[in-house]
Design a protein around this ligand. Structure first.
Ligand code: NAD
Length: 485
């Protein structure tokens, strides 16, 4: 693969400082190419381009912006197979997943917000016969978009869509670990005729390009998805600058199986919610809480299911488990499993890198799907995010105990509840601290509904109107009745 370029003002450009980072293919450990190690100078150029494009874009109207976003979606869709392949190579995820989820969802994100661009969000409130209030939603200006490596194009377009639809121009930074599809999106945006400067993509690490975006005085809003520690650091930096902040952070999500659950459905979905994308989805249900009466059946079924998942070359259609994103992340996941052992956990399956891999993948960053039992909710393993193919299974006796266990972490992103009792489902969903609770399903997403976390899982919500509100400033114009004609 060639060296990647930043997309600034509709041009493909090298980093100002001439520095580059190696981009490694997770499935092989081989060098894929180089990615710009951009810093504040590149962010400044991107900001200048975005600021110059801002007025025309914001004045262009919802219809024009909608057409541009649809054209970008068309370009992504027309290149779906190529993008899925690039995502799989760059991230290590099975190509079947990139093809069926990541890239189609990127298209859906752009189309969804292309439609959202059409709505007039001005609201009117009459104060009796004394005044007429008009609440306008104006674009914020130049916005900063920072995204993680686990769903690279999917999460980047989830931010680009609403930012541009609302009339903002953007400086976007994908993860330096998975920059390839974002770089391709930059090229496609130019080919699709997006005006220069509307979408600028700057590559580089958090400490360079990322911090420069957060600190830039001309970027009044930052939409960030990533780890909780990084989110805290960004909040510290952006708070005194009074920036708008949307923080989508980590999770340690409970997956609760009650004794009256449809066990067949619960087990099939739990295997997916444990190990999809090698467990590297913020919404994965990494803590399985199970009623003691069905505990053994659940453990046996999940262990058997985990052992049966086909680990292999992500580019093979049949592969169900690809590589973790980096050697450092694979080592972190392994250290977490070692810690679980030290805490008294029993590793029922997995717990190590696989021993048989295709020759091409011998040096890749793979890890076996791992099921751990025997740990209480006090264990660090059950409190801290691992973000890999590792789940714990813990029994409970009563509904109250299940809820208390579900809430026994600092996180609150999502939860899943398996029960056939409607009243119990409503009670438990109401009592769990989470931004999303799925009942008898998982990862079923409607792009209109708010998405985000409570506690250390984030601040604010993305999705639908919430995103359009984040990317606009409300301005109220209150006119005394009868004073104008
Ligand atoms: P990360 O926090 O290390 O990095 C995320 C992005 O922030 C990257 O682009 C990175 O370069 C940048 N960054 C790092 N330090 C920065 C700084 N000081 N200033 C500005 N930018 C900085 O996260 P990651 O390892 O890429 O992603 C994994 C994490 O993301 C997990 O914790 C996962 O739960 C979380 N996540 C959350 C959601 C959600 O919607 N809540 C979705 C996906 C992933």
């Amino acid at each position: 693969m060639d060296d990647l370029r930043n997309t600034i003002n509709g041009c493909q450009v090298e980093p100002v400082n001439g520095r580059w980072l190696d981009n490694i293919e997770p499935a092989t450990g081989a060098l894929l190419g180089r990615v710009p190690d951009s810093d504040a100078d590149d962010v400044q150029l991107a900001w200048e381009a975005a600021a110059a494009a801002s007025e025309d874009w914001s004045m262009s109207g919802g219809h024009a912006r909608s057409e541009h976003l649809h054209r970008l979606a068309d370009a992504v869709e027309a290149n779906l197979e190529e993008l899925a392949r690039l995502e799989s190579i760059d991230n290590g995820k099975p190509i079947s997943l990139a093809r069926s989820v990541d890239i189609p969802r990127a298209v859906a994100n752009l189309r969804f917000f292309a439609e959202a661009a059409l709505a007039d969000r001005t609201e009117e409130f009459l104060t009796g016969d004394r005044a007429r209030n008009l609440v306008h939603r104006d674009p914020v200006g130049v916005v900063g978009l920072i995204s993680p490596w686990n769903l690279p194009l999917y999460l980047l377009t989830w931010k680009i869509g609403p930012a541009l639809a609302a009339g903002n121009t953007a400086v976007a930074k994908p993860s330096e670990l998975t920059p390839v599809t974002a770089a391709r999106l930059g090229e496609l945006s130019v080919e699709a005729g997006l005006p220069p400067g509307v979408l600028n993509i700057v590559h580089g690490p958090g400490a360079g390009a990322g911090e420069a975006i957060v600190a830039h005085p001309g970027i009044p809003a930052i939409s960030f998805t990533g780890g909780t520690v990084t989110g805290g650091r960004i909040a510290e930096q952006a708070g005194p600058l009074f920036k708008k902040l949307s923080l989508e952070l980590g999770g340690k999500n409970p997956n609760i199986l009650f004794e009256d659950a449809d066990l067949e459905a619960a087990l099939a979905t739990s295997l997916r919610s444990s190990f999809a994308n090698q467990g590297q989805i913020c919404l994965c249900g990494s803590r399985i809480l199970v009623h003691e009466s069905i505990q053994e059946r659940v453990i046996d079924a999940l262990v058997e299911g985990a052992r049966g998942l086909r680990i292999g070359d992500p580019l093979e259609d049949r592969t169900q488990q690809g590589a973790l994103v980096s050697s450092a992340h694979r080592d972190k996941v392994h250290a977490c499993v070692q810690r679980a052992r030290e805490e008294g956990g029993e590793v029922r399956c997995g717990g190590a890198p696989p021993t048989t891999l295709p020759e091409r993948c011998a040096d890749g960053f793979f890890y076996e799907p791992t099921v751990i039992t025997g740990l209480s909710m006090d264990a660090v393993t059950n409190r801290e995010e691992i973000f890999g193919p590792v789940v714990t299974i813990t029994p409970f006796e009563t509904e109250e105990e299940a809820v208390a266990m579900a809430n026994a972490t600092d996180y609150g992103l999502s939860a899943t509840v398996w029960t056939t009792c409607e009243e119990r489902a409503a009670r438990v969903a109401g009592a769990i601290d989470a931004g999303t609770v799925w009942v008898n399903c998982w990862l079923l997403r409607d792009l209109r509904v708010p998405f985000g976390g409570v506690k250390h899982s984030g601040v604010g919500r993305e999705g639908g109107e919430e995103a359009m509100h984040f990317f606009t400033e409300a301005k109220t114009v209150c006119t005394a009745q009868g004073t104008t004609s």
